[in-house]
Design a protein around this ligand. Structure first.
Ligand SMILES: [Fe+2]
Ligand SMILES: [Fe+2]
Length: 150
């Protein structure tokens, strides 16, 4: 399995994610889902720091499912607008899910702590939201402002 790299955050982040306006993209369904993912991330981190391995595993499964559902929802939104970056955005979603599954396997097989996994999640959540999701949201809002729909 290929390992993808998601930037410099990896070296130093093992902390909760605090919701700030910086993370807000301005489309309610997307922001709501991102908040839920962040809550799950924070819960995973806390369970791992409390060394509750069983609960960490349960939360990781929830986070994986919530992420996959969120990506599907975003991809539905993409298909309703003329969004040139759709193939790249979908490809990044696919890579993130692959890498998430890989990191969960690594945690299960090799690590006591979910620290590496959380560092990876912290990095990709920030990077993906800042780059691709905020772009998509801007386009959706432009479309709505100019009369909406297709
Ligand atoms: Fe998203
Ligand atoms: Fe996305």
């Amino acid at each position: 399995m290929k390992v993808h790299h998601f930037g410099r955050y990896e070296e130093r982040r093992w902390r909760p994610i605090v919701w700030t306006s910086e993370l807000e993209v301005g489309v309610e369904t997307i922001d709501k889902a991102h908040r839920e993912l962040i809550e799950l991330y924070n819960a995973v981190r806390e369970a791992s720091q409390l060394k509750d391995r069983a609960w960490t595993g349960v939360l990781l499964e929830r986070l994986g499912n919530a992420t996959a559902a969120h990506f599907e929802e975003e991809e539905m939104l993409m298909s309703g607008i003329n969004y040139a970056q759709a193939p790249d955005h979908k490809e990044e979603h696919r890579k993130l899910l692959d890498e998430f599954a890989h990191q969960v396997d690594e945690w299960r097989d090799r690590h006591d702590s979910a620290e590496l996994l959380c560092r990876f999640l912290y990095a990709w959540l920030h990077a993906h939201v800042a780059a691709m999701d905020s772009n998509l949201a801007r386009l959706i809002n432009d479309r709505l402002a100019s009369g909406g729909g297709e």
